[in-house]
Design a protein around this ligand. Structure first.
Ligand code: ZN
Length: 202
């Protein structure tokens, strides 16, 4: 260890000791420094955010989980002020693979919420279900680019079925549209719902 490194490491130790002996002071000092140096703080933050995008994302996710109402209020305020920016951001998100699932899932959750108090399947659950499916649960044809998986409500939402994992099947589009809003028993008499339900293979 060079002399310089030794000095630095000693200084670090001193600082850690001071921090332990003066709880709260460090936060207070940082706050004061930030207030006195807003541009420097912004530049530091931008540099850190550019280097650690995943840390920033995690931090926001933690903050959102801890303060959902605050965050929703802030988002509403921002959206009211920047409607075209929000529209553009949503358009961009809804064209991503996850965004496409989120849009369809959001619609299903809204429809479901209106008539049920059950917990509806989350976007993450739906994405996992779709990713895990390799073939249509009705006709058993393997999925491919030409035959992509679609989500089917075994008991249709219009018939009071829930948007929940145990009522979801992954079907090819031809099966999904020919089943339409029929119950499974009308579409495929004799089919065993408990075998078809996604809950069975996830
Ligand atoms: Zn099929």
């Amino acid at each position: 260890m060079s002399l310089d490194e030794e000095k630095r490491s000693k200084a670090r130790e001193r600082y850690q000791r001071w921090k332990l002996n003066n709880p709260g002071r460090e936060t207070e000092n940082r706050r004061r420094w930030r207030a006195a140096n807003p541009e420097k703080h912004a530049a530091n933050h931008q540099r850190y955010a550019a280097a650690h995008p995943e840390k920033i994302k995690e931090k926001w996710q933690r903050h959102q989980a801890a303060h959902p109402e605050k965050c929703a209020a802030r988002a509403r305020k921002y959206a009211a002020k920047n409607p075209e920016k929000v529209r553009a951001a949503l358009r961009a998100y809804f064209s991503t693979p996850e965004g496409k699932i989120a849009r369809r899932n959001g619609e299903a959750r809204r429809r479901h919420r209106m008539k049920s108090t059950d917990v509806s399947a989350t976007t993450k659950e739906v994405a996992n279900i779709l990713a895990a499916a390799s073939s249509c649960q009705y006709c058993e044809r393997p999925f491919s680019e030409m035959l992509p998986p679609t989500l089917d409500h075994i008991k249709p939402l219009s018939k009071g079925g829930g948007h929940e994992v145990t009522n979801l099947a992954v079907a090819c589009r031809p099966c999904n549209s020919s089943k339409g809003a029929r119950d499974l028993s009308a579409f495929a008499p004799g089919a065993n719902v408990s075998v078809v339900a996604v809950g069975q293979f996830t």
